[in-house]
Design a protein around this ligand. Structure first.
Ligand SMILES: NC(=O)c1ccc[n+]([C@@H]2O[C@H](COP(=O)([O-])OP(=O)(O)OC[C@H]3O[C@@H](n4cnc5c(N)ncnc54)[C@H](OP(=O)(O)O)[C@@H]3O)[C@@H](O)[C@H]2O)c1
Length: 328
């Protein structure tokens, strides 16, 4: 496993981390046993960066991480995302002082720590990202010692652009993958100039870039790939990256035709992200230890520079028109 520097902090994080939404909810039934098993595998493979949220299974995902934080002798970095516990259209109230402090206190307990390494504001609206009061509030939590650092997870690039105007924002998390290439045009470079860590989420487009799906694939009732196809529950950009399923399958088949020897489609998808030096850590989610193993192994695979133009042209041919000018 290779490691990368995270912002201006003295952190070396594994370039492949682990997304822990899957061990909370929304991805069918991932049992406690499976969750613990895949986390153990992640640690064994040198993964030391874990992304979670207090909303993932109402704290279930965080509580699994408490166990590994206790068991690991190595430093591991856990980042939780907070702000979205208030349901419905009132959710922006969650980014204010009192509720946020309540969320932090709850996550401190869930994670079993005295200080959270990195709290990411969980997809706040752009008005919250552009307000100095938001970040003054976060500075206060740092001063109190409850959190060590903070960043912002975003749906849209405008939210990221506003957030990085504030000097103590250490990271931005966004959807970045072969099917969502827009951040590479401009934003990643801007973030690099300010030494902001980039956490690339949805790297497999919810599994569309995993290479195993077909038009007949069925998803469980409690899997968002069944119930959020047009954004009924949350931003559609986090279900198949907002890409039309059938078009995504066609593009995935085109990508399979150019796979180098020893590469799977999921490997290609993760390596494509890691080929961007401005990315700090990619956080594929996994529903079993085998997927964790496959995903972690990509760190050591050979580079794919010569394929970048072909990947770009597949994106341009099949995907770009639908996604490039959304999530701005
Ligand atoms: N708003 C936010 O801030 C936000 C939103 C979304 C996600 N996230 C974070 O980002 C993380 C990852 O993104 P994501 O959850 O959207 O999903 P993703 O990483 O794009 O896709 C994960 C899914 O792909 C499949 N998969 C994983 N490894 C595979 C492999 N090697 N081969 C084939 N299939 C594989 C698995 O599903 P199947 O096997 O069932 O197909 C897995 O659940 C989340 O865990 C979460 O931490 C944050």
């Amino acid at each position: 496993m290779k490691y990368r520097k995270f912002s201006d902090l003295n952190w070396k994080v594994s370039e492949v981390g682990l997304g822990c939404w899957q061990i909370g909810w929304c991805w069918g039934d991932v049992t406690d046993l499976t969750a613990k098993d895949l986390l153990k595998k992640a640690l064994d493979l040198g993964i030391n960066f874990f992304d979670t949220s207090d909303t993932y299974g109402d704290g279930r995902s965080e509580r699994f991480l408490k166990e590994i934080l206790r068991s690991s002798s190595e430093k591991i970095f856990v980042s939780t995302k907070l702000g979205r516990r208030i349901r419905g259209t009132n959710y922006p109230k969650g980014y204010k002082q009192d509720p946020m402090e309540e969320f932090i206190d709850r996550s401190l307990i869930n994670l079993g720590v005295e200080q959270i390494d990195l709290v990411q504001l969980h997809c706040p609206p752009v008005e919250i990202c552009s307000k100095k009061e938001t970040f003054e509030m976060m500075d206060e939590f740092v001063k109190k010692g409850k959190i060590a650092n903070y960043g912002v997870s975003v749906y849209n690039l405008s939210e990221a652009i506003e957030s990085i105007k504030f000097p103590n924002v250490k990271s931005i998390q966004l959807v970045f993958n072969i099917f969502r290439q827009r951040p590479a045009e401009f934003f990643l470079k801007e973030a690099r100039k300010k030494n902001i860590a980039i956490i690339a989420r949805g790297p497999l487009a919810s599994g569309l870039l995993g290479g195993e799906m077909t038009k007949d694939t069925q998803f469980a009732e409690n899997d968002h790939r069944n119930y959020n196809i047009i954004g009924e529950a949350f931003d559609v950009g986090d279900t198949f990256s907002g890409v039309n399923y059938e078009k995504g399958l066609i593009a995935a088949e085109e990508l399979k035709k150019i796979l180098p020897k020893n590469y799977s489609l999921s490997g290609l998808a993760l390596k494509w992200i890691l080929m961007h030096d401005d990315v700090t850590v990619v956080i594929p989610g996994a529903i079993n230890a085998n997927q964790v193993q496959n995903n972690a192994s990509v760190s050591e695979q050979e580079d794919i520079s010569e394929l970048l133009p072909k990947i770009k042209s597949i994106y341009e041919q099949f995907i770009k028109t639908d996604v490039h000018n959304r999530w701005l």
